[in-house]
Ligand binder design. Sequence first.
Ligand code: ATP
Length: 239
Amino acid sequence: MSGGLVLADISAGYGAVQVLHGINLNVEDGSITAVVGANGAGKTTLLRTITGQVRPTAGTIRLGNGADLSRVPVEDMVRHGVALVPEGRGVITELTVEENLRLGGLWRQDRKAATAVLADMYDLFEPLARRRKAAGHQLSGGERQMLALGRALMAAPSLLLLDEPSLGLAPKVTAQILGMLRRLRDDTGLTVLLIEQNVRSALAVADHGVVLNLGRVVASRPAAELAGDTDLRHTYLGF
Ligand code: ATP
């Protein structure tokens, strides 16, 4: 399944308040794209629109296979190969690591396949393998983020959406988590769309960078090129 995503002329908002104004975005299959921008630029609204929590007032959202995502109910996203790691991570703190992971694979009919993927998750996230019986609330911030990522991956998505994965994490842990995204891209061809306030870290890991400002795309370029553009950084990203 292709993980590519194409947004064409997307406008969206909340009631009378229009937040996104004609967004065009092309997430290439097998790449990592980072969307960055100041507070209030519309990053979270963009992600909510892609996941169907906010319905666009104009434009189209298509997956690489041509499916129109704006017509897919939120609960069916996973069947279309789309998984979200929400801000705040969405780990169920009363459940154990293993129970959280199994929840991520629940929709799969094939229990054997789900168990195999569980083993893959423990290979990928070694700290989780050591803590499989620990409850979510006993985990460190980094472990929780790994668990949220692992849970989303249990659904074997082709497109992974992440909302602020670095939030509240120490720089070293952020680098570790973002490094895992690269490994997943390289090893499995996963397509990743990442929303981040931590611009430096996001552009360091991404192939492509998109800068949002006041609900409009003001730059869309290779991430390394964006990171090296001092004027653009000063104007829109504050560093
Ligand atoms: P942040 O990183 O601070 O969350 P952001 O780039 O993700 O910023 P959004 O959260 O998408 O930006 O917010 C964009 C604009 O939409 C802001 O002006 C915000 O006040 C407005 N907004 C966000 N959520 C709502 C809502 N539920 N109702 C009305 N307006 C909202």
